[in-house]
Design a protein around this ligand. Structure first.
Ligand SMILES: Cc1cc2nc3c(=O)[nH]c(=O)nc-3n(C[C@H](O)[C@H](O)[C@H](O)COP(=O)(O)OP(=O)(O)OC[C@H]3O[C@@H](n4cnc5c(N)ncnc54)[C@H](O)[C@@H]3O)c2cc1C
Ligand code: SF4
Length: 330
């Protein structure tokens, strides 16, 4: 069955203020009006009958969103409209934040990366094997709680959506400690990236109606970091688990260790209880302990075709491997 995009009105603002004013002017519900950047997530979902907004506000003509800026204090600012392709090849990103460039390179395929943006990646809808399906497939399963249905097929007794956040950039940004800028009808706010996510698979962002993610602020002194993702195919696949690690060390011992995970839980998150690794040389026992700590906090549900147990173990193994690699070169 061919699925066509539903009809919609496309608005094309030239500035951030104009985009926000257009949103406010339409006086529509949140479902009826959406921002769209590269469209590589939103338009695919709409074509599958997930969402039927009457109006899309395209961010493509908003020049203010497309810059990578090196600031005088050594930090850098990424506009939310910077594409993944630009991120991969930008000299500042490659030299100073190579884990960001690496994670961007692991996203989707070359065509998607030409139009997919940083903002779209951070605001990506959550994913589930019962949700990211064609209309006829979901229809024949009576839909599900996340959209148009009454029950969750993953955990039918509950009323919570466990769809996983699966963007690849978020964990790297989290271990680097980035802040994001949000502009909306009520003004501008700057918050740690972690605060963008609610932890609810159904309504996963803390953005208020009309709010726009405009920028990502990268730190002046980033810690060395690495990212690895596990997926079914070697390309064009979302992470079944994605792990970023940032580590500083001296004389073969850990000074600080930060780990973040994507693709498993409803939100990308920072792993807790890692303080005990300061001063560790990451011997075999500590490596095992590290993997166990990560495994415990990773809680995938059956939202992919791959079993949760495997995804949890792999997340632990990737964290261990990346931490050891970083300590070797610290
Ligand atoms: C085949 C395929 C494979 C893929 N594989 C991966 C993968 O491996 N890893 C991965 O991370 N992604 C993957 N993606 C998803 C997607 O390509 C990327 O995540 C991309 O970065 C999304 O950006 P976009 O600009 O296209 O988002 P859009 O589709 O334009 O928007 C996505 C969501 O973000 C919102 N949004 C966009 N910009 C803003 C903003 N500035 N402020 C507020 N809200 C905003 C939109 O309203 C929408 O809800 C894949 C997609 C496809 C089709
Ligand atoms: S976790 Fe449940 S409610 Fe959420 S998308 Fe999957 S089946 Fe639907």
């Amino acid at each position: 069955m061919t699925e066509l995009l539903p009809e919609f009105t496309l608005l094309q603002p030239g500035s951030i203020d104009e985009a926000i004013a257009m949103y406010a002017d339409r006086d529509a519900t949140r479902e009826a009006i959406r921002y769209v950047a590269g469209g590589t997530d939103l338009l695919v979902n709409m074509r599958r009958g997930i969402g039927d907004p009457e109006t899309l506000i395209s961010l493509n003509g908003v020049a203010d969103l497309t810059a990578v800026t090196e600031n005088s204090d050594g930090s850098a600012t990424l506009g939310a409209g910077v594409t993944l392709a630009v991120l991969i090849e930008h000299s500042t990103i490659m030299d100073r934040y190579p884990a960001v460039a690496h994670a961007a390179r692991e996203i989707a395929g070359p065509g998607h990366r030409e139009s997919g943006t940083v903002g779209g990646n951070l605001c990506l809808d959550t994913r589930c094997v019962f949700y990211n399906q064609s209309l006829w497939w979901r229809q024949s399963n009576d839909y599900c709680l996340k959209y148009k249905g009454d029950i969750c097929h993953v955990a039918p007794k509950g009323d919570f959506c466990h769809a996983a956040f699966s963007g690849d950039l978020a964990p790297v940004f989290l271990v680097l400690g980035v802040e994001i800028e949000i502009v909306g009808p009520e003004g501008t706010r700057r918050i740690p990236l972690l605060e963008l996510y609610t932890g609810d698979g159904m309504d996963h962002l803390t953005l208020k109606p009309g709010e726009l993610l405009t920028a990502v602020h990268l730190p002046a002194e980033p810690l060395p970091a690495l990212y690895e993702k596990h997926r079914v195919r070697g390309a064009i696949d979302f992470p079944l688990a994605g792990v970023a690690v940032a580590l500083s060390g001296e004389n073969g011992k850990v000074e600080t260790l930060t780990i973040a995970v994507t693709g498993t839980n409803t939100n990308p998150f920072l792993v807790e209880d890692l303080d005990g690794f300061a001063g560790s040389s990451l011997d075999e026992d500590d490596q095992t302990r590290l993997a166990e700590i990560v495994q415990k906090q990773v809680s995938p549900m059956k939202t992919t075709l791959v079993q949760p147990y495997g995804r949890r173990r792999i997340a632990g193994a990737m964290a261990r491997r990346l931490a050891v690699r970083l300590l070797e070169t610290a």
